[in-house]
Design a protein around this ligand. Structure first.
Ligand SMILES: Cc1ncc(COP(=O)(O)O)c(C=O)c1O
Length: 397
């Protein structure tokens, strides 16, 4: 046998890691399967069922044998529905050709980065950030350039902060508002200022609008409303959280035609079209009554307040007030150094094994002193989890 070892895996796959949230979910599922009762705040997905009219549209599509390949970018009706929803809500004017429907929002982000980012390109990412950005950028050969924010200012991201991070290698900026993990919302004036700045500098703005409709401030905003910057703006959207459709895998991108065409080309050599039935369900979601979204949003606000009220009873735990999404991002620095806990990861791990509470450590999102909890769970799970956390932290002294 040859002494020369053949390298099995590529450098690019070795550059990335398994999504931290998915790893925690897998561990929690294992514990649950062995009969352990968990208070599970790990998974970032709605606890609601998909609204009935969306399910009905999928069933109807199956019954009518809408079961063949469609256009790679999605049927024109679903792309029109995406563009018209965005136009109605944010005053944008995307055409069907400026939209590609994708198998989940994550794929929209992945494909956008693949077609825009070259080896050595820099992408500005405000901290804390969604777990997948760094790996998606590095898989493409790019470099994530992190912009620190201040918790005391509710993790605010401003044009000034972005400007300071721009170098000749900067190709794009990724913005996620409302934010996973912090729930922070970038106010309209800051968001528009960043988009204008990027446009002037010739830098692309990737707007991750996964939680755009779960904005508790009363007015959802999109950076794509800055019409003059259209050539540098890419909207990366998802139906997952808005319509409680995480498992369906429905997402989209809206943007300049050359970029959308390139993303479709990539899709033509990978996933092809999003499942035909899912496209029909998505049309129902996007064109039907949006009352279901308002109802779920109102529930998330109630659940947020319930978690925060619970946190207020735990001495040492501090937390900014999230303005959207369905996550809280408490600061746990008061407990690091106690009871052998060396880091937020350590704390999350002990919370899981000793208190049976599932959280995600802040390291996954770029900060060392936080844990993330998803409160898209029932009020009873919140109460149970808070009680367990209170006991756990009290024992640490
Ligand atoms: C910030 C953010 N962007 C994008 C996504 C992707 O969502 P999906 O692929 O389910 O549409 C998620 C999912 O957790 C997210 O939290």
């Amino acid at each position: 046998m040859s002494a020369v070892m053949t390298k099995i895996l590529t450098d690019r796959i070795n550059r990335i890691e398994v999504s931290a949230t998915m790893a925690i979910t897998a561990e929690a599922l294992k514990m649950q399967a062995s009969g352990i009762d968990l208070a599970n705040f790990g998974a970032g997905e709605p606890h609601f069922s998909t609204p009935q009219h969306i399910k009905d549209a999928a069933i109807d599509a199956i019954q009518k044998n809408f079961s063949r390949y469609t256009n790679v970018a999605g049927v024109p009706e679903v792309r029109k529905a995406v563009a018209e929803r965005h136009a109605a809500d944010f005053g944008t004017n995307y055409t069907v050709e400026e939209c590609v429907f994708t198998t989940g929002g994550k794929l929209a982000i992945f494909n956008a980065v693949e077609v825009l980012i070259e080896h050595g390109d820099e992408v500005i990412v405000p901290v804390p950030f969604w777990v997948s950005y760094k790996d998606i950028i590095e898989f493409a050969g790019g470099k994530a350039v992190f912009v620190q924010t201040s918790e005391a200012e509710n993790f605010r991201v401003t044009a000034k902060m972005i400007e300071a991070a721009i170098t000749p290698k900067t190709k794009a900026i990724i913005l996620n508002t409302p934010s996973n993990p912090s729930g922070a919302v970038i106010p309209a004036e800051d968001l528009y200022a960043i988009v204008r700045l990027a446009h002037k500098a010739g830098i692309y703005v990737l707007l991750d609008e996964c939680y755009v409709y779960l904005d508790f401030t009363g007015q959802a905003v999109s950076g794509a409303s800055v019409a003059e910057a259209k050539e540098h703006v890419l909207v990366l959207g998802s139906l997952s959280k808005t319509y409680a459709m995480t498992g369906w895998r429905a997402g989209f991108a809206l943007g300049p035609k050359p970029i959308i065409s390139a993303m479709s080309k990539l899709q033509s050599q990978s996933t092809s079209n999003t499942a035909s039935v899912v496209q029909k369900a998505s049309i129902a979601a996007l064109t039907g009554s949006q009352e279901c979204v308002a109802e779920m949003r109102a529930d998330y606000i109630r659940l947020r307040d319930r978690v925060l009220a619970g946190f207020a009873t735990i001495p040492g735990l501090t937390c900014t007030v999230p303005q959207g999404a369905f996550y809280v991002y408490p600061n746990v620095s008061a407990f690091i150094g106690k009871g052998g806990i060396k880091s937020a990861s350590d704390l999350a791990s002990k919370l899981l094994t000793e208190a049976h509470v599932v959280t995600v450590p802040g390291e996954a999102f770029g900060t060392d002193e936080h844990i993330r909890l998803s409160y898209a769970v029932s009020g009873d799970v919140i109460d149970k989890g808070i009680e367990r956390m209170r006991e756990f932290f009290a024992k640490l002294g």
